[in-house]
Design a protein. Sequence first.
Length: 154
Amino acid sequence: MKKSIKIFFILIVFVITFQKSFSQEIEHIEKNAVTFGIFQGGGALIGIDLEQMVSKRIGLQIGAGILAFGAGINYHLKPTIRSPFLGLAYWHQGLQSTYTQSLLGPTFVWRSKKLFTAQLGIGFKIQNGPAILPQYENIPVMLIYSIGIYFPGN
């Protein structure tokens, strides 16, 4: 009987300890990420994006850079911000007299577990701007891509 009580007590201590460490892991789930890179922030030459997770797999993203800005909604393939994702992205390239085009389209973003990120997608042209080059004026779909580094946080 005493042996059973000791074993029961040890099991309770073990469960409580495990539960505390598990709940601390859950509290440390990263919910946002900042990405710096080439063609980030709506296709800017150099830009920055900020993504905020709004559910386990859905993230909202905004970004800006040198003469561009953008936004997107992302579906992560795993329930973590450190995972690759499929997104619907809006890119607005240029401002006022340097405005070239606005694009909207699907994209795939690969994220390593630690630092590196790369994006590839297609953008359907919504509007041409005054700075569009004549050879691109009648092209309805453009390749969108970027490369950079990201830093997750809480």
